[in-house]
Design a protein around this ligand. Structure first.
Ligand SMILES: Nc1ncnc2c1ncn2[C@@H]1O[C@H](COP(=O)(O)OP(=O)(O)O)[C@@H](O)[C@H]1O
Ligand SMILES: [Mg+2]
Length: 150
């Protein structure tokens, strides 16, 4: 575990994503530094899993928000894509679960991403929450403990 400085950390991830996908992804934050104590590679994997989903299941821009709320740090990844039906939200963290099985041919994927993301968040004693509306988009929220020191 090490202290991760989220603004530059996310900027680097977004720069790397730009090299493989042209999608516009904006990073929003009101303060910096925002620090967490984390396994840097694992948290990077979570963010890439969520951005990969946002890219796959939408066509518009993607927004990433970094916020501090008391002792918590919140990372939100928001897309304006197809969304997830309300009754499916409880299932999507299951291993190999995909909402539209037929979609797998077009978009690829194994249904493992969110399962892995949730496991990693559990390791960090954090939380992952999804808000989604079919036809409007999806917002995934990561909640982590803030770290005070470099
Ligand atoms: N941002 C999103 N927008 C719409 N649907 C999503 C999004 N993220 C995940 N899903 C749904 O949840 C399922 C599980 O996601 P995931 O575990 O990452 O698997 P995969 O992307 O390999 O299908 C996806 O198949 C998709 O149906
Ligand atoms: Mg995925």
């Amino acid at each position: 575990m090490s202290v991760v400085n989220l603004v530059p950390f996310c900027q680097t991830i977004l720069k790397q994503m730009k090299q493989v996908d042209k999608r516009e992804i904006s990073l929003h934050y009101e303060e910096s530094p925002i620090l967490i104590l984390a396994d840097e590679l694992k948290i990077k994997q979570v963010i890439i899993i969520l951005l990969d989903n946002a890219i796959k299941y939408s066509h518009d821009k993607i927004d990433v928000f970094l916020d501090k709320n008391g002792d918590n740090v919140i990372v939100r990844i928001k897309d304006y894509g197809i969304g997830i039906p309300q009754e499916e939200i409880k299932n999507i963290f299951e291993r190999f679960y995909r909402v539209d099985k037929a979609r797998s041919r077009k978009t690829g994927g194994s249904g493992l991403g969110l399962y892995i993301a949730k496991s990693i968040m559990k390791l960090h004693k954090g939380e992952i929450k999804i808000k989604s509306k079919q036809g409007e988009g999806t917002e995934v929220e990561l909640i982590l403990s803030a770290s005070l020191e470099f």
